[in-house]
Ligand binder design. Structure first.
Ligand code: CO
Ligand code: CO
Length: 340
């Protein structure tokens, strides 16, 4: 591990001299391909099925799950993106926590991960990449999961993430097509990191509350959800709370009532919105679900609910100790989402 003093590592490179977000084309929204575009493109592909594929592409769940023997299934997922914060170590931690999250969102336990790296080696020092990987490694330690190897390419734009393999009991998978009417909806992290990351990229201001939220693992939330007998969950990432909730109710054939006043936000998120720091991804999220929303709330409130998250919390159908209840699953209505 590299000892650091004021951002100067032992090789004499000032790792704080680079604003990593300035090397990313996206608006601090983790640069996901818009949901509608992705679904349209995927719809033309042949369906690859197997009786052992317990969760595949069909409902856009967080990860693939395949049964390898009775009582044991493997969870497989990969996630990587361009810098969402300037600090290399923090970016590494955020990208790793985000990648692990899709295993937790399926009710799984990660067992091994590998690094996925794109690096502009002519432009950014390798010492900075080491800081990114050190961040990832620290999250691997926190998750109790080895990060063993990986793959790296020379790339004009820096990218980092993980491919994560986990295990899950096939009878205890947290699915996004298992939301049942009458159950409450819980959210395990506040929203707003998209607005704060957007502001950080534009102004260089730092938001430690956003970093702290993004590096927090969803391991405890998943464990608590499983212990509470929950069957449906997903994590809130690039498509925002509205987008991920829509995907879940659509896959489950139900609707949801969302209580906007109960949704928690990070300090500074509302101010960031007021000052105009809204990513294109967040606006696209809202456009994607707009026809499915029944609401009298103003545009700002809906934008907050659509804010593209990076390494967000779990959206759980059921109760999780300590997590606010933000709505309820109801039988299928004309519109998928009633936001009040
Ligand atoms: Co996910
Ligand atoms: Co993902």
């Amino acid at each position: 591990m590299m000892p650091r003093m004021n951002g100067i590592d032992t090789n004499g490179i000032d790792t704080t001299a680079y604003r990593l977000t300035q090397f990313a084309h996206g608006g601090g929204c983790a640069c996901k391909i818009p949901a509608g575009e992705l679904e349209q493109m995927l719809s033309g592909l042949p369906a690859v099925t197997s009786p052992d594929l317990l969760v595949g592409l069909e409902h856009g769940d967080d990860a693939a799950v395949v049964r390898v023997r009775d009582g044991l299934a493997v969870v497989s997922t990969a996630d990587f993106f361009t810098p969402v914060v300037d600090d290399a170590y923090d970016w590494g931690r955020i990208a790793a926590a985000n990648a692990f999250s899709d295993v937790y969102a399926m009710g799984g336990r990660p067992v091994v991960a590998i690094n996925l790296v794109g690096w502009p080696r002519d432009v950014l020092p390798m010492e900075l990449l080491r800081e990114v990987l050190r961040g990832g490694a620290d999250i691997g330690l926190a998750a109790g999961t080895p990060i063993a190897g990986g793959h790296s390419i020379d790339d004009p734009e820096p990218k980092y993430g993980l491919a994560v393999t986990g295990v899950v009991d096939p009878e205890r998978i947290l699915r996004n097509d298992a939301a049942r009417p009458g159950l409450p909806i819980s959210l395990t992290k506040p929203l707003g990191v998209g607005m704060l990351n957007n502001r950080h990229k534009a102004t260089g201001e730092s938001f430690p509350q956003a970093v702290a939220s993004m590096v927090a693992l969803n391991d405890t939330a998943a464990r608590d959800a499983l212990a509470a007998g929950v069957e449906a969950a997903t994590d809130v990432t690039g498509f925002g709370l509205l987008g991920h909730l829509f995907k879940m109710v659509r896959a489950s054939g139900v609707s949801a009532v969302l209580d906007a006043a109960a949704v928690p936000y990070l300090d500074g998120a509302r101010e960031a919105l007021r000052d105009g720091f809204v990513s294109g991804g967040t606006r696209r999220n809202l456009e994607w679900v707009r026809a499915e929303i029944d609401s009298k709330l103003d545009e700002d409130e809906l934008l907050l609910l659509a804010d593209a998250q990076t390494s967000g919390g779990l959206l759980v159908v059921g109760e999780v100790p300590g997590a606010p209840i933000v709505g309820e699953i109801v039988p299928r209505r004309h519109r998928a989402l009633n936001v009040r």
